[in-house]
Ligand binder design. Structure first.
Ligand SMILES: [Mn+2]
Length: 408
C-alpha cells in the first residue's frame, strides 16, 4: 500500500521514545490481536495506535523491543490456516516499513526478553487504563494484555515501568506529516458531508444518510470510518450515541451528523446539523445560531497556554448566556445545564478519534482538538451540535476544517 508516512517517521518516533524513557533500558510494545466476531469470522483488524506510531506495521501479534540502542521485532508463529487464508507478510516488507533490521521468531524472541528482564530487573510497557473496562464495559485487546500476563508469570520479581505517559507526551504534539494525514481525513469527510447536504430532502431514514456517506468514502477514496457515524434526527439527536441510525425522519426535523473518515489510521471528526426541509422554525434557527456563536467564541479562546478546564467553564458560561437570552432556562443552574449540554466541548484528535493528550496541562502548539458545543432539548425534539477540528499554533490556532455551517 502506498503511504504518505516514510520509514523515517517511525524511526524518529522510536528514538524520541528512547530518549524519554530513562527509567529502564528495556521497552516492550505489543501489537493488537485479531478478535473473533463469530465462529471462524473475525472483526476487521485495527492496530494498537502506539504500536503503529512506533513501527508503521498493521500486522497483528508482532512485538517491538527496544533494548538500550538496539531494536528488534518478535514475529508470531502462524498456523497453516493463517498462512493459507490470510497470507504471510514477507519479512522484508516488515523490515523495510519499520526500519527495524533484526527479527526473531516467537520462541527465540520471548526467551531473549525474559533473559533481559531478569538481567535489568524491570521493563517498560504500555499499561492499558482500566477505565476502558470500568467506564465503558469494554474487553481490552488481548494482544498487549496476554503478553503482559506471560511476562509477569515468568518474571514475578521484575517491575513493570508504565511508559504510557511518555507516548502521550509524544503523540499529543502532531508532526507536519500527521497534520497532513488528519487534513486528508478531514477533506474527505467534508466532501462527503457536502454531498449529502445537497440532497437532504431525499432521505427518509437516518441510515440512508449513513450509507451515502460511507458509499462516498469507499467509492471515491477507499477509506473507512474512524468511528461509528452518528446520524440522529429530531429528538434522537439528544441521545449522544444514537448508534443504530434507524430512525424515520419526521417532517421539519433537524438532523445531527457526526462522522469522520480515517486516513492511514488518523481520524477526522466533524459534526454538522442540517434541516431536512427549508421550513425550519425560528426556534430551530435561533438554537443553531447560538451554538454557532458559542463555537466561534470557543475557537477564539484556544491558543498555547490555555487550560482546558478554564476553557470548558468559559464555554459553559457562554452557552448559559445564550439559553437565558432565548428564554430556554430561567437561571444558570448547573444541573439544568448538565442536561442541556452533557458532554465536554473538546477532545484531542489524532490516531485515536478521542486521542491521547495531557488534558490537565496547558495547551501547546501542534495539538489538534475538536470544538463541538451543542444544545439538546428533548422535550422540544431539537438537538444541535457543530464540530470542527482545530490545530493549536504559535500564533493561536488554525481551523483544519472549513465546511460551511448553515442549516440548509
Ligand atoms: Mn468529537
Amino acid at each position: 500500500m502506498r503511504s504518505i508516512f516514510s520509514t523515517d517517521f517511525f524511526i524518529n518516533n522510536r528514538q524520541a521514545l528512547r530518549r524519554l524513557v530513562t527509567e529502564t533500558p528495556l521497552i516492550i510494545v505489543s501489537a493488537n490481536a485479531v478478535i473473533q466476531k463469530n465462529n471462524d469470522n473475525s472483526y476487521i483488524f485495527s492496530q494498537d495506535r502506539n504500536f503503529w506510531y512506533l513501527t508503521g506495521l498493521n500486522e497483528p501479534d508482532v512485538i517491538l523491543v527496544i533494548d538500550n540502542d538496539q531494536e528488534y521485532l518478535i514475529l508470531p508463529t502462524k498456523s497453516k490456516y493463517q498462512a493459507i487464508f490470510d497470507g504471510i507478510t514477507e519479512q522484508t516488507e516488515i523490515i523495510n516499513r519499520s526500519g527495524i533490521k533484526q527479527v526473531y521468531d516467537y520462541s527465540a524472541g520471548i526467551n531473549l526478553i525474559n533473559q533481559k528482564i531478569k538481567q535489568y530487573g524491570n521493563y517498560g510497557f504500555i499499561n492499558q487504563p482500566m477505565g476502558y473496562v470500568s467506564d465503558y464495559g469494554f474487553w481490552i485487546n488481548p494482544g498487549p494484555s496476554n503478553l503482559r500476563r506471560e511476562i509477569e508469570l515468568k518474571n514475578p520479581k521484575s517491575d513493570l515501568v508504565d511508559i504510557r505517559q511518555h507516548l502521550i507526551t509524544l503523540r499529543q504534539i502532531k508532526q507536519p506529516i500527521e497534520i497532513k494525514a488528519i487534513k486528508n481525513a478531514i477533506n474527505i469527510t467534508q466532501e462527503a458531508l457536502h454531498n449529502v447536504k445537497n440532497k437532504l430532502s431525499d432521505y427518509k431514514f437516518e441510515y440512508q444518510i449513513e450509507a451515502d456517506l460511507n458509499y462516498f468514502f469507499k467509492t471515491k477514496y477507499n477509506v473507512n470510518n474512524a468511528f461509528e457515524p452518528i446520524v440522529a434526527g429530531g429528538k434522537r439527536a439528544c441521545i449522544l450515541h444514537n448508534r443504530d441510525n434507524d430512525g424515520l425522519f419526521k417532517k421539519n426535523e433537524l438532523v445531527v451528523i457526526d462522522i469522520g473518515a480515517e486516513f492511514e489510521n488518523y481520524a477526522a471528526d466533524i459534526t454538522r446539523t442540517y434541516s431536512l426541509s427549508k421550513n425550519y422554525s425560528s426556534l430551530q434557527e435561533k438554537i443553531f445560531m447560538s451554538v454557532k456563536r458559542v463555537q466561534d467564541q470557543a475557537i477564539n479562546y484556544l491558543k498555547p497556554g490555555v487550560l482546558l478546564k478554564e476553557y470548558e467553564q468559559e464555554v459553559r458560561n457562554l452557552l448559559t448566556e445564550e439559553l437565558l437570552v432565548l428564554g430556554l432556562i430561567k437561571n444558570s443552574n448547573k444541573n439544568d445545564m448538565k442536561k442541556i449540554y452533557p458532554h465536554a466541548t473538546s477532545h484531542f484528535l489524532g490516531l485515536d478519534v478521542h486521542d491521547v493528550g495531557h488534558y490537565h496541562q496547558p495547551l501547546k502548539s501542534g495539538m489538534i482538538l475538536t470544538v463541538e458545543p451543542g444544545i439538546y432539548l428533548p422535550n422540544k425534539s431539537i438537538g444541535v451540535r457543530i464540530e470542527d477540528d482545530i490545530l493549536i499554533t504559535d500564533q493561536g490556532n488554525e481551523s483544519l476544517s472549513d465546511l460551511s455551517r448553515t442549516l440548509d
